[in-house]
Design a protein around this ligand. Structure first.
Ligand code: ARG
Length: 591
C-alpha cells in the first residue's frame, strides 16, 4: 500500500469512528492541500457533516483528530479555518517509503489482488488499404490500455478484429479476377499501392456497372463458401496488407502482434450458429426481408423501435453478426471477465445494441463487463472566407492521411530538432531518436486528453520542446540521465545512491509527487483513459525541472546532500520511464 493510501485508510477509520461511515465518503474525506504551507493533505469531512449532525464543524474536526492515529506517518494534525484538518507527512516517512522502492521496476505499484481476464479489441483496421489516421487513435489508445492493464496484473488478451470479409472483399476479388484473369501467379507481384488503386476501381465499378456488382456479390459469397480461386486471390491481398500493418506497428512501437489476429473472417463458420441460436431463443424477427432482433430501449428518430439487423435481405451477414460471434467466443473460449473495444465514437450505437442483443441471448453474462471506448475525431484547422474552421484531418487533396506519411514527416522535423540540440550524433542514431520523438509527440498528444474529445493536429504544438508534450517529457528524462552520466553514477544501481533528505522545498515537492505514483492507477482503472497517467508524467517532469533549477546536484556542497539528490533523480527517472512506457513511449538515453 502506498503512503497516501495508508494515510487515507487511517483518516477514513477516524472519520468513521468520529462521525459514522456515511460521513467518510467523497472528496471531502481527503484531498491534496492547495497550499503547501498548510500541509500536504486536508480532511474536510467535518464541514458537510456539520449540518446533518447538528454540530459545529470545528467540534467535529476535534473529534476526528482525537480518533486519528497517524503515528510514524504524519506530524500532529492541525485544525484550521472553520474545521479543516491539515496533515503533513513526516519527512522520514516520505523518504523511507520512496527508498523502499529503489530498484523495484514497478516503482512500488503492487499488482492487483484480483486480476481479471480482459479482452482488448483495438487497432482492428479494415484491410486492403494502408493504415491511415482513422486507425491511429484506436491503435494508440488501445495499446496503452493493454499495456497498463497488463502492468496492473490483469491477463490481457489483445484481439485484432480486422476487417477482411464481406462485400468489400468480394468486390476486390472480382476486380482482381477481371484484371488478371485466372493467372494467380501475376498476383504474386501485387503491391499495396496497386491494391489500393484496385479498391477504388472496384468501388466505382460496383456503383456504375450492374453486371460487376453481381460478380462482386457472388465473390463475397464464394469467399464465405471457401471457393479455392477466390480464397487464393483474397489470401494474397491479406498477405500484402498484413505485412504492411506489421511494419507500421513496429515503427509505431505497439504491442499488437500477428498472434493477436482474430479477423472478421475467422468468425465465418460461427455466423450461421449465431442466427440459429437467436432463432431458437425466439429473438429473431423478419423486417423488410432482413432478419432482425428488437431490444428494448432503442428507438429511431421517429420513436419507432430500432432493430439490430443480423442477416441482410440478400442473405449476407454483417458487422453486427460478426460482433455477436466475437462476443460469444470471447466469453466462452477466452473466458473474459471484461471486454474492451476501442473504435471511433460513431460506432457507439452499434456496440450498445450489439451488447444488448448479446446480453439477451445469454452470450454476455451480467458478470462480464463490456466497455466500448469511443474516441473523437482528429481535426485540422483551416481558414475559409477569413474565418478559422475545424475540419476532419485530410491531405490537401482531400484524401486520407496515412500513418506512414505522418511518421516520415515527423522524423524529418525531429531530425532538425535533434540536430540543433546535438550536432555530434551519428546520422543513424539521429534518425532513431527522431522516430522516438515523433512517436512520443504523436502518442502523447492523443493520450493526454480524454479519448472522446476531438483534437486539432498541429505538428508545431505536438513537437514543442517546452510545454505539455511528449518531446518535453523525453527531454526531462534525458536531462536526468545526463546528470548520472556526469556523476559517473550507476543508473542501474541496485543499491541506494544516497539516503533521501529534504533540504529545499523543491526536493520535498518532487518526492511527494513521486510517492503518489500508485494513486494514478485507481483513477485509470475506472475510466480506462490515459489522461491521469499523462498528467502525472507532465507534473513529474515539471517538478523535476524546478528541482534541477533550484538545487545543485553535482555541485552540492555536502556529500550527503549530493547523494540524496542523485537518489531523488534516480527515483524520478524510474517513474517517468515506467509511466511513459505504459503510454507506449520509449525513452531515449541521450539526445
Ligand atoms: N474494422 C472496424 C473499423 O475499422 C473496427 C472493428 C472494431 N472491433 C469490433 N469488434 N467491431 O471501424
Amino acid at each position: 500500500m502506498s503512503l497516501h493510501q495508508e494515510i487515507r485508510r487511517r483518516v477514513e477509520a477516524a472519520v468513521v469512528a468520529a462521525l459514522g461511515p456515511e460521513h467518510a465518503q467523497g472528496e471531502s474525506l481527503l484531498q491534496p492541500s492547495r497550499d503547501p504551507r498548510f500541509g500536504d493533505f486536508q480532511c474536510n469531512a467535518a464541514l458537510p457533516a456539520a449540518k446533518a449532525l447538528g454540530s459545529k464543524p470545528r467540534d467535529l474536526a476535534l473529534k476526528i483528530v482525537e480518533k486519528l492515529d497517524l503515528a510514524g506517518l504524519c506530524a500532529a494534525p492541525e485544525i484550521a479555518g472553520p474545521g479543516f484538518v491539515n496533515l503533513r507527512i513526516e519527512d522520514r516517512a516520505l523518504a523511507s517509503a520512496l527508498m523502499a522502492t529503489h530498484g523495484d521496476p514497478r516503482c512500488g505499484v503492487a499488482p492487483r489482488s484480483a486480476p481479471q481476464r480482459v479482452v482488448v479489441d483495438y487497432s482492428s483496421p479494415n484491410l486492403a488499404k494502408d493504415l491511415h489516421v482513422g486507425t491511429f487513435r484506436t491503435t494508440v489508445i488501445g495499446d496503452s490500455i493493454a499495456r497498463t492493464l497488463e502492468f496492473l496484473g490483469h491477463t490481457v488478451l489483445r484481439q485484432n478484429h480486422y476487417g477482411d470479409w464481406g462485400t468489400n472483399f468480394g468486390t476486390l476479388v472480382a476486380v482482381l479476377k477481371r484484371e488478371f484473369g485466372p493467372d494467380l501467379a501475376a498476383l504474386e507481384r501485387l503491391d499495396l499501392p496497386q491494391i489500393e488503386a484496385l479498391y477504388t476501381q472496384g468501388s466505382s465499378l460496383r456503383k456504375d456497372d450492374p453486371a460487376f456488382a453481381r460478380d462482386a456479390a457472388e465473390e463475397a459469397l464464394k469467399l464465405q463458401q471457401g471457393e479455392p480461386s477466390s480464397r487464393a486471390a483474397w489470401r494474397r491481398l491479406m498477405d500484402v496488407t498484413l505485412a504492411n500493418c506489421a511494419e507500421i506497428y513496429q515503427r509505431l512501437d505497439v504491442t499488437m502482434k500477428p498472434e493477436h489476429d482474430r479477423p472478421e473472417s475467422s468468425y465465418n463458420a460461427d455466423l450461421s450458429v449465431v442466427l440459429d441460436d437467436l432463432q431458437r431463443l425466439g429473438l429473431l424477427t423478419t423486417s423488410e426481408g432482413a432478419k432482425v432482433v428488437f431490444v428494448d430501449g432503442f428507438v429511431n428518430r421517429e420513436g419507432e423501435p430500432l432493430p439490430a439487423i443480423v442477416q441482410k435481405a440478400d442473405g449476407g451477414y454483417n458487422y453486427t453478426t460478426t460482433d455477436l460471434a466475437a462476443m460469444r467466443h470471447r466469453v466462452r473460449n477466452l473466458r473474459a471477465d471484461r471486454i474492451v473495444i476501442v473504435t471511433d465514437r460513431g460506432q457507439s450505437l452499434h456496440f450498445e445494441m450489439m451488447a444488448a442483443v448479446a446480453r439477451k441471448a445469454g452470450w454476455l453474462p451480467e458478470s462480464t463487463v463490456f466497455t466500448h471506448v469511443g474516441y473523437g475525431v482528429i481535426q485540422r484547422e483551416i481558414e475559409e472566407d477569413g474565418k478559422k474552421k475545424k475540419v476532419r484531418f485530410k491531405t490537401r487533396a482531400g484524401g486520407t492521411v496515412k500513418i506512414r506519411e505522418l511518421l516520415a514527416e515527423g522524423v524529418e522535423r525531429c531530425e532538425k530538432i535533434a540536430l540543433e540540440k546535438n550536432a555530434e550524433l551519428a546520422p543513424s542514431e539521429r534518425t532513431e531518436i527522431a522516430l522516438r520523438l515523433t512517436v512520443a509527440g504523436l502518442k502523447y498528444t492523443d493520450l493526454k486528453q480524454r479519448p472522446d474529445t476531438d483534437y486539432v493536429f498541429d505538428w508545431d504544438q505536438m513537437l514543442a520542446v517546452q510545454g505539455d508534450t511528449g518531446v518535453y517529457l523525453l527531454y526531462a528524462y534525458v536531462r536526468i540521465r545526463s546528470v548520472f552520466e556526469k556523476a559517473g553514477a550507476d543508473a542501474a544501481s541496485k543499491v541506494l545512491l544516497g539516503e533521501l533528505r529534504f533540504t529545499h522545498p523543491a526536493e520535498r515537492e518532487l518526492a511527494l509527487h513521486l510517492a503518489k505514483c500508485e494513486d494514478v492507477f485507481s483513477e485509470y482503472e475506472r475510466e480506462l483513459a490515459a489522461t491521469p497517467l499523462c498528467r502525472y508524467a507532465y507534473d513529474l517532469a515539471t517538478l523535476f525541472n524546478r528541482f534541477y533549477h533550484d538545487c545543485p546536484i553535482l555541485k552540492a556542497e555536502e556529500e550527503g546532500v549530493r547523494a540524496a539528490r542523485l537518489e531523488l533523480s534516480y527515483l524520478a527517472a524510474e517513474r517517468l520511464r515506467l509511466v511513459l512506457g505504459l503510454l507506449g513511449i520509449r525513452t531515449v538515453e541521450r539526445m
